[in-house]
Design a protein around this ligand. Sequence first.
Ligand SMILES: [Zn+2]
Length: 270
Amino acid sequence: MSRKRKKKKISVIFLFILFFILIGGFILMIMNNNKKKTVENKANIKEEEVTKEMEKAPDNSSSYDSLPDGEYVTSKGFILKKENGISYVDGNMIVNKTYSLPKTFVPINPYNGDSTSPWCINCIDKDVMEAFKIMQSDAKSLGLNIYISSGYRGYDRQVTLYNNYVDRDGVEAADRYSARAGHSEHQSGLCFDLNSIDDSFTNTNEGKWVNNNAHLYGFIIRFPKGLEDETGYQYESWHLRYVGKELATKLYNDGNWLSLEGYYGLSSVY
Ligand SMILES: [Zn+2]
């Protein structure tokens, strides 16, 4: 073989190798791309399945009532559990204009009283009353007098109360400060009203102390100032709800109270 032919043969082989490398690379690129697409498709399908499984939490009471027991996702991504018609987020019972309690519900673990009676301060939950007693005693040591004026209120009691307010002020006004039966948090036994149960409490030394310290005992100002659009109720400095110290401290928000609805992403609409 001449040197010239040898050179030619080598360059042909070289071109062949180069050609195969290029083809091989191209095939690999296409295969990789397809694989990526399959993974992406799978991810999309999975996401769809999750949204299908987890329905959104309702945005008014008639859609709540039509929902079966189960798990729903709130607008802030929390899981809302409906069990025997009662709603919970993170173990905290939710009662507002959207979320009601069954007519027959009475506090499960009352402090000291018969919670079938329609109006009973001692029928509030035992843990709640014990937390209140510590708060009351700490307030007393500072010369402040706080006391529960209204605690548990049964379903039938709320029917009478609400109807009286509607007769006096009309439905629209009554709905801003009173709950329809089944929608009152007072039926849960987890809340109470302090002292005068009106705006005059807000600027008393007791009212100011409660606003700044209730969270240390696990209580929240349930209807904070300026958040009527979220809670469905006007500001009530005297209505405290027990949620435990951790959540209460988050909602206290360094003195700029957040609402339970705003924090969890829940509605409060009839
Ligand atoms: Zn109240």
